[in-house]
Design a protein around this ligand. Sequence first.
Ligand SMILES: Nc1nc2c(c(=O)[nH]1)N[C@H]1C(S)=C(S)[C@@H](COP(=O)(O)OP(=O)(O)OC[C@H]3O[C@@H](n4cnc5c(=O)[nH]c(N)nc54)[C@H](O)[C@@H]3O)O[C@H]1N2
Ligand SMILES: Nc1nc2c(c(=O)[nH]1)N[C@H]1C(S)=C(S)[C@@H](COP(=O)(O)OP(=O)(O)OC[C@H]3O[C@@H](n4cnc5c(=O)[nH]c(N)nc54)[C@H](O)[C@@H]3O)O[C@H]1N2
Ligand SMILES: [Mo]
Length: 672
Amino acid sequence: MTVRPDATVRPRPFPAGGGLCVKGWTSGSLLDSPHRLTTPLIRDGRDGPLRPAQWDEALSLIAARLAALRAEHGPDAVAVFGGGGLTNEKAYQLGKFARVALRTSRIDYNGRFCMSSAAAAGNRAFGIDRGLPFPVADIADAGAVLLVGCNVAETMPPITRHLNAQRAKGGTLIVVDPRRTATARLADLHLRPHPGTDLALACGLAHLVIADGHHDLDYIERRTTGFDALRRVLAHYWPERVERVTGVPVAAQRAAAAALAGARTALVMTGRGTEQHSNGTDTVQAWINLALALGLPGAPGSGYGCVTGQGNGQGGREHGQKADQLPGYRSIRDDADRAHVAAVWGVRPDDLPGPGQSAYELLDGLGTADGSRALLVFGSNPVVSAPNAGHIERALRGLDLLVVADFVLSETAAIADVVLPVCQWAEESGTITNLEGRVIRRRRARPAPPGVRDELDVVADLARRLGAPGFDADPETVFAELGAASSGGRADYAGITYDRLDQGDGVFWPCPSADHPGTPRLFAERFATLDGRAVFHPVEYAPVTERPDAEFPLRLTTGRVLAHYQSGAQTRRIDELAAAEGAVFVQLNPANAAELGVRDGDMVRVRTRRGAAIAAARVTDDVPVDTVFMPFHWAGDGRANLLTDPKLDPVSGMPAFKVCAARVDRAGERAS
Ligand SMILES: Nc1nc2c(c(=O)[nH]1)N[C@H]1C(S)=C(S)[C@@H](COP(=O)(O)OP(=O)(O)OC[C@H]3O[C@@H](n4cnc5c(=O)[nH]c(N)nc54)[C@H](O)[C@@H]3O)O[C@H]1N2
Ligand SMILES: Nc1nc2c(c(=O)[nH]1)N[C@H]1C(S)=C(S)[C@@H](COP(=O)(O)OP(=O)(O)OC[C@H]3O[C@@H](n4cnc5c(=O)[nH]c(N)nc54)[C@H](O)[C@@H]3O)O[C@H]1N2
Ligand SMILES: [Mo]
């Protein structure tokens, strides 16, 4: 089906030089899909089937059960799990709903699994977390681009256009990825570290830059603190040692360092490959240290950036879905921040709960003595996407009440007690904030099918039923309230209105007042730290990941393919995408395949300390010897997350999705 815009909506070119990938072209087909949920569903008793119900019955039941659980066990008995795909308005309202209507501290969201290590490192080094502190078009002007653990050719195809422009101008592209990906094939130089060893590689490159005298001493003196301590630590990262740890040859390290040092402008950008580790924050910091030593952040065409993930990966993390944050990146621990937001919400500061638990901790605790007994999920499918998913699925099944709002019956919705059918993107209005920090309006293009309700309206209704009035369902009103709550915060939206957004190509935050032009480029003069200087944080490599041993001799890493999105709840239901990539596979190097007697297409069992999954072997030297790769888009016994390690980064709460020890065995007959 094609989406026909209503007459009031004027089509316009997408800002940021955008375009659509295959998932974008086909996304309209889910709007009228037979998979679409169009009525609330209720499960009677623990094991009964889900049956259709009226909205009033569903919402009354939820409100009554939540009130009873809260009365018996206290407000933290109820938890909320949000999503980085929600509009800014919905993300903001969900944070307020948790703190004001439920009064629970237990809210977190899938973005904790996504960019949280880059966010934590950005805050530590620069005093602020904005994916790209510069417009994405800067990529074309970078003499060198270092892309780390980020397969944009499959995960953000529109960016390859900027990379092609960069290359056409004579720029160098360096890709750091254990696998030979579609992105690595575009590169001039491809470094292939063992999964989980990036920190050592980043330190090694910085070591070489400094040893050769290519660091920018003037910049370091004027704009940073902490260089001397860093330099002492980096002394230990000589190239031969780094080669032993990472597997990246000395010559390749030297070539990369020389390309970065020799370029007039250079960008260092990270993706999930380097961030999703139990030392992800320190790893990102190590890449930031390299960028700072080269004097990059703040100059046009230069800097450090995190390539944001989800539909609203940037805005979704700014306005209060995170366990420790209030809107506008305010801190829930800070008295002045609490007082400001409490005033906007019309509550007393003391009534706001404190910080809650990070996503995995929250899910892991469900149903335990201190854990929550009810969970409301808005925009995530943790049965497939959470690490150690077999354990998490059991925890979800054991809850007193699981409520899922979705537009399809995801694997998580399928085990819920109540399912609420909500609008899809084309049926709702709101704003999103892209990877550059540019706030963009998304306009409603068609009415929702009968039976489906707008999520803002659903949450406002639920709040009312819980005795908390003051929740609006009109996106423009909610956005204005978000602006007031964020006013004076780091992600300040106070000067942004729908009218302004309608007049141009979006507005970059911070934008504190109506007459402020917005901030496309951060850090030109100062960083967002108290003294205005960026902070070198000395970080050390330690083999914190599960190491291969006799029982689990391989390294398993996980990630994405072009045709599928995330937990696959949406894309597995689109025929064209299901046909493009129909089932889960595991990439296996020919040397390992030969050892195991596995041929291309054989079904294999992948096992780790958490569990086992079944997948078809894809024998290819795109993965190095002893490293295997599985995408995480499939459900059932093909779930990569039955295998993954939930060990958390101590700063960000990010799980170690990107490396654990594994073994592979033949599982039976050859697949057709
Ligand atoms: N097609 C598609 N596009 C998407 C998504 C999707 O599901 N499908 N999801 C969106 C979202 S939410 C996100 S977060 C982004 C993610 O976008 P990316 O970060 O590009 O995606 P991933 O495939 O998770 O990881 C990138 C690469 O990291 C590599 N890697 C694994 N371990 C390591 C390591 O230790 N070091 C290094 N340097 N690299 C390593 C993997 O081989 C992989 O190629 O994509 C967004 N776009
Ligand atoms: N092994 C492994 N696991 C990973 C990762 C990895 O690289 N490896 N990556 C992690 C990352 S980066 C991410 S972002 C997560 C993503 O994983 P999930 O959080 O599961 O993300 P989605 O699959 O996008 O799930 C979104 C669900 O919400 C629904 N939905 C979409 N939009 C809306 C909306 O507006 N409202 C509501 N109520 N529902 C909506 C969709 O239909 C879908 O069922 O997975 C993480 N898990
Ligand atoms: Mo993500």
